[in-house]
Design a protein around this ligand. Structure first.
Ligand SMILES: CC(=O)SCCNC(=O)CCNC(=O)[C@H](O)C(C)(C)COP(=O)(O)OP(=O)(O)OC[C@H]1O[C@@H](n2cnc3c(N)ncnc32)[C@H](O)[C@@H]1OP(=O)(O)O
Length: 421
């Protein structure tokens, strides 16, 4: 066996098609035979680094036995954004599994991320047991909400604006702006290819938006200004509706879109999948049990590769006057990429400076909180609480030091990944 890792040339269409074929097989998807759709699929790769692992001794040496795509993006964190590298389409052929191919691709990308100035690496995981060994941890969660339209009645006044039904393609001029205006913690950029498939400008449906025809609504406020939109489709069972994307710049826009989607005649069930928590909406319902949250899953996984940059870009919750604003963090990183002892100093506005003081000392220190790069990545966006990971024994330190860090990392809004990749 003679393995070679190659970065594919975007002009080599034959190699890209074989790469997509191998990746599809890895995810148990059908091979794509339609020439036009193959072309669209190649478009999805524009801006990405495409790695293939080849075995010259295999029966089909031009088909990669390992695949990985990565692209630079910006990740919204509390109070700002950081440069990130997103990883996707990690597969290894069944004939070549468990020989370290995925590990070599992942280590390649972690070093690439550091070398190109990314502070964090991001992915969504097919299985929860694969990526912890590389320093990743889940940082956001997503939900499936099922609504029984017959039970929906709203408390309070109707929204003052108007909902328009329209062809999704006519959202192309307004939707990217609405997305950017409503950006929140956990968001990454939405590229051109993402919008094209979401708004039905191309045939391909790559990013979990299902196969059915996409329908669209837009909410304009009382002044006629667009403030949100939703993309949805009729589900496999007649009468059911599945909501794929809901973007709102104001609470009123979110309410108006929900109100419209759950009030469509003849519907028996409305499913919001890959959705954020629904707490505020539920408080608006007369019968809060009209919404059932039927699934909860980890969504965005993060791996910090530059601790001072990522903590320095974050805003922290400023504690009471008597609580400490200096934290000592001992961060273990088994891959030796980003660990060490860091001093995190937070000013009265919540802005921070994180300075690497050296390696993690041999013996425990009462003032320091000890954690691995996985746990630091998990709490970065304010999703899991420091206190929860401490209770699980994954973050250790004195009660005072852990509590102070827990308060500093706490955020008002749960982070959420709106853009699957
Ligand atoms: C971001 C994404 O793209 S998520 C999608 C991941 N891909 C898939 O789910 C597609 C189907 N699966 C596959 O293609 C492969 O089995 C992969 C990519 C998961 C693993 O590829 P391999 O080359 O076999 O992994 P590799 O041999 O490098 O294993 C490295 C380590 O991961 C472990 N490992 C590999 N796969 C798994 C798994 N599915 N669950 C748990 N551990 C795993 C190995 O045991 C090994 O452990 P070690 O560090 O203790 O030695």
């Amino acid at each position: 066996m003679n393995l070679r890792t190659v970065e594919l040339d975007h002009t080599d269409h034959a190699a890209l098609d074989l790469w997509w074929g191998a990746a599809s097989r890895g995810f148990l998807s059908k091979p794509e035979t339609d020439v036009a759709v193959r072309t669209e699929r190649r478009q999805l790769l524009v801006g990405s680094s495409i790695l293939g692992v080849y075995d010259d001794t295999a029966a089909e040496p031009l088909v990669p036995v390992g695949t990985l795509g990565s692209f630079p993006t910006a990740l919204s964190i509390p109070g700002g954004t950081v440069r990130a590298l997103a990883i996707t389409e990690v597969t290894v052929s069944t004939s070549h599994e468990r020989r370290g191919i995925a590990r070599s691709l992942m280590e390649n990308r972690l070093h690439h991320a550091q070398a190109t100035g990314a502070a964090v690496v991001a992915l969504t995981a097919s299985e929860a047991t694969i990526y912890g060994r590389y320093g990743f941890a889940p940082a956001t969660w997503e939900f499936t909400h099922e609504v029984d339209p017959k039970r929906v009645a709203w408390r309070g006044a109707a929204p003052t604006g108007r909902v328009h039904t329209l062809d999704p393609r006519s959202l192309a001029t307004v939707a990217p702006g609405l997305f950017e205006r409503s950006r929140g913690t956990g968001d990454i950029d939405r590229g051109v290819a993402w919008w094209k498939q979401a708004l039905r400008e191309v045939t391909i449906r790559h990013f979990s938006h299902g196969e059915g025809d996409t329908l669209a609504i837009r909410y304009d406020d009382a002044d006629g200004e667009p403030q949100g939109y939703a993309l949805y489709r009729v589900g496999e069972e007649w009468g059911t509706i599945v909501v794929d994307d809901l973007v709102a710049t104001t609470p009123e826009a979110r309410y108006a879109l929900w109100r419209h989607l759950t009030g469509i005649s003849l519907t028996t069930k409305v499913t919001f999948h890959q959705a954020p928590t629904v707490e505020a909406i539920q408080w608006r319902l007369v019968d809060r049990r009209a919404v059932k949250t039927t699934a909860r899953a980890d969504s965005l996984w993060l791996r910090i590769v530059d601790v001072p940059t990522v903590l320095g870009a974050r805003r922290f919750t400023v504690p009471g006057a008597s609580d400490p604003r200096e934290h000592l963090l001992d961060v273990d990183d088994t891959l030796g990429l980003a660990g060490g002892r860091f001093e995190l100093r937070i000013d009265e506005h919540g802005a921070a400076v994180a300075e690497r003081l050296g390696d993690v000392p041999e013996s425990a220190d009462d003032d320091a909180v000890r954690l691995t790069i996985n746990e630091l990545s998990a709490v970065l966006l304010g999703g899991p609480r420091v206190s929860a990971l401490a209770e699980a024994g994954l973050i250790t330190g004195s009660w005072e030091a852990v509590r102070a860090l827990d308060l500093a990392f706490a955020t008002e809004q749960a982070p959420f990944l709106r853009t699957h990749f």
